[in-house]
Ligand binder design. Structure first.
Ligand code: BGC
Length: 934
């Protein structure tokens, strides 16, 4: 038995991170004979050998491997705490882990350093530095640093980390993250130089919705830094930023998130200039919350294209986010000019969908061969136009450096369908590209912002793919800070930056949905506690809007994005706000968020609040039913999304639910089984279909290949998820330039359905952290087989199912150590839930679907009409129906069961007895196929 994956707040050996109220420890157990942990013990010490023990829980059966916090531990600033865990299994195995550690940042220790800025502010980017001498042997050195807008830190020319785009994106007016680095190995005896290079970034460059403005949070480059040297003799020296530092000019002439970077290596740094102290509030400084953005992958371009317009364009083979690095071999003074785009049009380079973002890189060589790449920008691109390229074009000179936040991969998913696999990969690439420190809508055009709707929609998909705990908790932290300044209203973008738009439904509800889903998935009550005031404030805000508009328990009178970019409107390009009534949608979210606040309050033991939000939810529900349902229970908002929300949010009385479920299937039939949903309806569509027992339609939508569908994009060669269902038209032309990113992950939320429903790995609200979970696969022969792995907080879960040619269905699952799964076997096996403990399990049995008759009462009538001899059988049985003029067209996608429901046939009509068998007996696939192709 081994204990692995020790983490503090889901980070491996974190140095200088915000730890919340108290650090939370987690671990996993592998290779045990036992099935669960009987007891565990955590020891915390000041040294790796655990001689200076600070805390010892002793063996304690209540310690959770998913999340244990030790509030008793009083933490000192700038201190490394070693911890290890011992586990006793229920088979009496015992093991102790290797030591892990976390190190505190400055905590509440005051800063000696000052915020400094070059005296001469110019566009050309500065380097702030100080030289110092080290005369005694060093025991350790740490740097605590923040630079604005972006910075890199070097010691005597050597970068102190692989982190990129630090300090990252946050609500800079509310807090400023500083990084802590162990620089012990970079301090040399004698002369040293500490150097901070600065760029514009999100803080002060061109970024935000107001594309005309450059400065948003501050005009000045600024940095603060404390380099703390601890000598072998125990003494300390602090090299703190102050007016003894100086400033040089770097080779970077300008940079911006949207426009790219300009660098000229022939430039000399010039004379060192003075720096001044500037009045930035040191009280805003807080330890970082997010793990760093780094180069996570390197891609090689797949081709050099010579376009009809005479351009030379590189094809990376993948829509990626990050940098293009190239080897420069050109003589001094040679100019390079690169432009980045996502798609070719008529075979030529194209970038109109980037809107005003220039996405360029300019470089002038100093004649020294070297690898060149930008520093203070990033691009979302597949194609790079070599607009000026002063040397041979050799593919081996280029590398695509893929940037995203360092979050460990937790999931993998494979099916027998190559196109679905591509869709899964496209979604993963969408996540990579839009997880550059903050969840963004898109990574390329003049936007790249933390839209709350997009972040909320994608949460669970993201959480199957990667351990997103620190990433989303930082986002929630920013959200709560922004919201606090707006009396509970959640801006539509986090950090708010220059966006003034007030909270809209499904967007602002990120405030309730994300913390609740974080809690359910990761089981950290402390996080829920931290976010609870924000969750509550959001619902209180909606309540105040309700009060102001007549106290009807509906959310009226505000702007909403609605079912953004849905297709149920006359002209989806012009009309972006969807076809579903906005007050209905807003009120659904009012209801839903109130229920989440009630649930959260319940978990936190706030019974009175839980009851009061449950009561509010009940009132909203009653108002929705009153206004949006007929007295007999038909939903009066007749769109796919309206039904999907009613069913997903489950606010219809149980006796009305079945009708709404049926009506949804009818809506889909009318659309020839194509979705019409936008940002609100799409994420829940297949989930609802499976829940209402129409898994077949969920698969049908998934596997649909023509527009609009997920696989349409795949067929069109997409390597990421598009913003619009038809971002690219069948002829390869782009459908719109205003709102048309080719890397917009929201519709990738279908991947959650694949993990949670198709494979069936289900987190349970009543068992947060997935110590207990459900395994409820929803297979379908249409996809052949699926193999899913998910490293849940409780350990790795696997589910694999397959159909074979003999009609057998097999299922293999594994449950991790310490966990418990409730399995519901599909495909006609005994569906009584079975409780499984740690271990690997396998079943094989005849698949019910293999026994399904080719034609039955659920087959669309149109399909029966493809089998000429079956038509004869039907005509003989129901002449009064089939004799109706245009009967086959009239019935169309409706099945005989639908006709029973619509009272064309009485349910007890004896002619139905044996009809499926009689129809199937004469069904002829060959003839039907011929008919289909005619
Ligand atoms: C973004 C979306 C966002 C939307 C608001 C767009 O510009 O790209 O993804 O959620 O605005 O409707």
């Amino acid at each position: 038995m081994q204990i692995v994956d020790l983490a503090t707040n889901h980070l491996t050996n974190p140095l200088g991170y915000a730890l919340g109220g108290s650090p939370r420890f987690s671990w996993m157990v592998e290779g045990a004979k036992g099935r669960a942990q009987k007891s565990a013990r955590i020891e915390v010490a000041l040294d790796e050998a655990f001689t200076t023990l600070l805390y010892d829980t002793g063996f304690d059966p209540s310690l959770s491997s998913i999340c244990t916090s030790l509030p008793q531990l009083a933490l000192a600033p700038r201190t490394r705490y070693y911890w290890r865990v011992s586990v006793l299994s229920d088979a009496d195995e015992r093991a102790t882990s290797a030591p892990a550690w976390f190190e505190t940042a400055k905590l509440d220790e005051p800063w000696q350093a000052r915020w400094i800025s070059p005296v001469q502010q110019e566009k050309r980017h500065p380097i702030l530095f100080r030289d110092f001498k080290v005369e005694k042997p060093i025991r350790q050195a740490r740097a605590y640093v923040c630079g604005l807008g972006l910075y890199t830190l070097t010691l005597s020319g050597v970068p102190t980390s692989k982190d990129c785009l630090t300090p990252g994106l946050c609500a800079y007016d509310k807090w400023l993250p500083y990084q802590s680095y162990d620089v012990t190995g970079l301090i040399v005896p004698g002369e040293n130089r500490i150097q901070i290079q600065l760029g514009n970034g999100w803080y002060k460059g061109r970024y935000g919705l107001d594309i005309t403005r450059e400065y948003h949070y501050g005009e000045d480059f600024a940095a603060i830094c404390e380099l703390i040297l601890t000598f072998e003799d125990g003494t300390e020296q602090v090299i703190a930023s102050d007016t003894r530092w100086q400033s040089l000019r770097s080779c970077i002439l300008d940079s911006s998130i949207f426009d790219g970077e300009r660098r000229d290596d022939t430039l000399l740094p010039g004379e060192a200039c003075a720096v001044r102290e500037i009045a930035l509030d040191k009280g805003l400084l807080q330890p970082r919350r997010n793990p760093p953005v780094r180069i996570m992958q390197t891609l090689s371009p797949v081709a050099v294209i010579h376009t009809p317009a005479g351009e030379t364009v590189l094809d990376m083979g993948q829509n990626m986010v990050g940098w293009l690095e190239f080897t420069c071999r050109a003589p001094k003074g040679s100019e390079f000019y690169l432009q980045f785009g996502e798609v070719l049009q008529d075979g030529n380079f194209y970038r109109d969908n980037m809107r005003t973002a220039l996405c360029e890189y300019h470089y002038v060589s100093d004649g020294k061969p070297k690898a060149v790449r930008p520093t203070f920008t990033f691009y979302g691109f597949r194609y790079v136009k070599l607009t000026k390229w002063p040397q041979d074009v050799a593919l081996s000179d280029f590398r695509g450096l893929v940037l995203y936040t360092t979050l460990p991969a937790t999931g993998s998913l494979l099916t027998a369908n190559e196109k679905v696999n591509q869709l899964i990969q496209n979604t993963l690439w969408g996540q990579r590209g839009n997880f550059v420190d903050n969840p963004s809508d898109c990574p390329q055009r003049d936007e790249r912002m933390g839209w709350t709707g997009d972040a909320q929609i994608f949460f669970d998909t993201a959480a199957y793919n990667m351990d997103v705990y620190p990433f989303y908790s930082k986002y929630c932290y920013d959200l709560a800070r922004e919201q606090a300044a707006l009396e509970g209203c959640v801006p539509v973008v986090i950090p708010k930056h220059d966006v003034t738009q007030k909270g809209a439904c499904a967007w602002g509800d990120a405030a309730t949905i994300i913390p609740w889903r974080l809690y359910v998935r990761y089981g950290d009550v402390q996080l829920l506690q931290e976010q609870y005031p924000s969750m509550k404030a959001w619902v209180d805000y909606i309540r105040s809007r309700d009060r102001e508009t007549g106290d009807t328990r509906l959310w009226r009178g505000d702007f909403h994005y609605g079912d953004w970019l849905s297709l149920d409107v006359e002209d989806p390009v012009e009309e972006r706000f969807g076809g579903t009534d906005h007050v209905y949608l807003a009120s659904c979210y009012y209801y839903y968020s109130a229920t989440l606040v009630s649930k959260a309050a319940q978990v936190l033991g706030l019974t009175a609040q839980s009851q009061s939000y449950a009561a509010l939810a009940e009132e909203v529900r009653a108002a929705i039913l009153n206004v949006y349902c007929t007295p007999t229970g038909r939903l009066a908002v007749n769109t796919q999304t309206a039904y999907v929300l009613a069913l997903y949010m489950d606010f219809l009385p149980p006796e009305w639910r079945e009708q709404a479920a049926y009506d949804l299937t009818q809506k889909l039939k009318q659309a020839d089984y194509h979705l019409r949903t936008g940002f609100i309806g799409t994420p829940y569509l297949c989930r609802v279909l499976t829940d209402i027992g129409r898994n077949d339609i969920a698969y049908r939508l998934l596997l649909q290949e023509d527009f609009p569908s997920w696989l349409y994009q795949v067929n069109m060669g997409a390597t990421t998820i598009w913003e619009r269902w038809n971002s690219i038209l069948p002829d390869g032309s782009i459908s719109d330039t205003g709102m048309n990113s080719l890397n917009h992950y929201s519709y990738g939320s279908i991947v959650q359905w694949l993990y949670q429903y198709a494979a069936g790995i289900v987190p349970l609200e009543e068992a947060p952290g997935m110590r207990r979970f459900a395994i409820a696969p929803h297979p379908d022969p249409a996809i052949g087989w699926i193999q899913a792995r998910y490293k849940a907080p409780s350990g790795e879960i696997t589910v694999a199912w397959a159909y074979d040619e003999a009609g057998q269905f097999s299922l293999e699952v594994s449950v991790p150590f310490g966990a418990q799964a409730t399995l519901t076997l599909p495909e006609g096996a005994d569906s009584t839930p079975k409780v499984l403990y740690a271990g690997h399990y396998r079943w094989q049995y005849p698949a019910l679907s293999a026994q399904k008759l080719p034609l039955d009462l659920d087959t669309p009538v149109l399909e029966i009409y493809r089998h000429p001899r079956a038509v004869k059988v039907l005509e003989a049985a129901f002449p009064e129906l089939t004799g109706m003029m245009l009967f086959d067209m009239f019935a169309g996608q409706r099945s005989l069961n639908d006709l029973i429901r619509d009272q064309f046939i009485a349910p007890d009509d004896s002619r139905l007895n044996g009809l499926p068998q009689a129809l199937s007996a004469v069904a002829d696939e060959k003839e039907a196929r011929q008919k289909r192709t005619r």
